[in-house]
Design a protein around this ligand. Structure first.
Ligand SMILES: *Cc1c(COP(=O)(O)O)cnc(C)c1O
Length: 425
């Protein structure tokens, strides 16, 4: 429990408690802020030094955190480099990914992904990644990452032998395997334990293949991968973590060294998250578990309703998987819940799908996901409009596919809404 005699207790509060308990007090020492019960906002660009010597020391420790003496106070310098609200939200986020040594907050999910790749990889390296991947990530790989001579190679199947042959084809250049699981919008799981095993097998001669997982869809509540040996966990905090559709943000978590490199990179390119956004995220992290569980409970009921509806051809939702399916085994092994995203094929094509989208009232017609409100969209013509036709064909992103991000409203109300929209066809 809280041990006030221990220096910086808030960095590791209540070590024997569960993440949902620890996140409440992590990162924040009320004695630094007039005993304010909740985290204040620190809208300042710069911080005062008590002496020139102190300023010199803070700069030294910022660049060389390993030189810090036991119990030495490390002050703040300038808000592009660090700010209380950044540090508080990073400590809170670390509680929710057990096994992560440190976290870096970034101004968006894409800046978290691009910073991790550009800070840790070099020209000539290759990233092998699961496809389909979030559309913005795909576009960033094609337009930015490749320009810096880092090759990106998609793997269009969760089959581990496909990963193996692509790693073999790319020789020693493979420096990262980047996995989004489950995928968007087709909810396909990749076996992270096997990917970690593969990365170990092909890491040789002092070079290590990093395993990075975009955990936006199911993390941090329904799956955590540090215990399986991943190196980096990435988030769009815009989604479930922020959870109120009122901010854009991101996180990278990993070991101390990698996160230090990413934090230096972030500061050098100026990818700083402002204090207000960090404060909103600190607020949101306290409720992420209760929100995600309620959304998943609703999603379960909606998925069952959709599966029984005569206008619906097929529903993609993890708890509907059947034993014997290889996806079922991966889902059972690495997930603790089914999440809040449902994709479903309706009988018909674009015309029928659009009819449903235009006839819902409670489900809001918008992209994004993970908010308190239910959102509905058409992947082929919206989020995945720019994905090449052959990838859409290969992965089942067709014109009769609809995706729903289920919110925390009453499930029966949402079911009535969808029932009415399906009847309009
Ligand atoms: C939204 C999203 C991103 C990008 O995040 P932004 O916050 O919009 O930059 C990355 N990965 C996944 C899985 C996402 O859903």
């Amino acid at each position: 429990m809280k041990d006030d005699t221990k220096k910086e207790w808030w960095k590791n509060p209540h070590p024997r408690c569960k993440p949902s308990t620890r996140v409440i007090s992590a990162g924040y020492e009320p004695e630094f802020s007039e005993m304010s019960a909740k985290v204040p906002i620190f809208p300042t660009s710069t911080f005062l030094f008590k002496s020139a010597e102190e300023g010199e020391r803070f700069f030294r420790l910022y660049a060389h955190p390993e030189e810090r003496k036991d119990g030495e106070y490390v002050g703040l310098i300038y808000s592009r480099m660090n700010n209380p609200n950044m540090e508080i939200v990073e400590d809170k986020m670390r509680m929710l990914e057990p096994g992560a040594e440190d976290a870096a907050v970034l101004p968006s999910g894409l800046s978290a992904i691009s910073s991790a790749i550009l800070a840790l990889l070099n020209p000539g390296d290759t990233v092998v990644y699961s496809a389909p991947i979030y559309g913005g990530t795909e576009h960033m790989f094609d337009t930015i990452i490749n320009k810096f001579k880092i090759k990106t190679v998609p793997v269009c199947s969760p089959d581990i032998s496909e990963y193996r042959s692509i790693i073999e084809d790319n020789g020693d250049s493979v420096a990262m395997i980047f996995i989004e699981t489950p995928t968007n919008p087709t909810i396909v799981h990749t076996d992270v334990e096997k990917i970690v095993g593969l990365a170990k097998e092909y890491s040789k001669g002092g070079r290590k293949i990093l395993v990075a997982v975009d955990n936006t869809f199911f993390g941090p509540v329904f799956q955590n991968f540090f215990p399986l040996g991943i190196d980096l966990c990435l988030y769009s905090a815009t989604k479930f973590i922020g959870g109120h559709s009122d901010l854009i943000g991101g996180f990278v978590l990993g070991n101390k060294n990698d996160i230090h490199t990413i934090k230096s990179f972030r500061s050098n390119i100026g990818a700083t998250t402002d204090p207000f956004c960090c404060w909103l995220l600190s607020r949101s992290l306290e409720t992420v578990e209760i929100r995600m569980k309620k959304s998943a409970e609703n999603a379960q009921k909606i998925a069952e309703f959709l599966e029984s509806h005569p206008m619906v051809e097929k529903v993609l939702y993890p708890s509907l998987l059947k034993p014997g399916d290889s996806q079922y085994d991966i889902y059972k092994k690495q997930c603790r819940g089914s999440g809040a995203l449902i994709s479903f094929y309706i009988k018909g094509g674009k015309k029928e799908a659009f009819k449903v989208l235009n006839n819902v009232e409670l489900c809001r017609l918008a992209v994004s996901l993970g908010g308190t409100e239910t959102l509905i969209q058409h992947p082929r013509r919206m989020t995945h409009a720019e994905v090449p036709e052959e990838i859409c064909q290969a992965t089942g992103i067709t014109d009769n596919l609809i995706r729903i991000s289920v919110g925390i409203e009453d499930a029966d109300d949402l079911i009535d809404d969808l029932k009415k929209a399906l009847e309009s066809i």
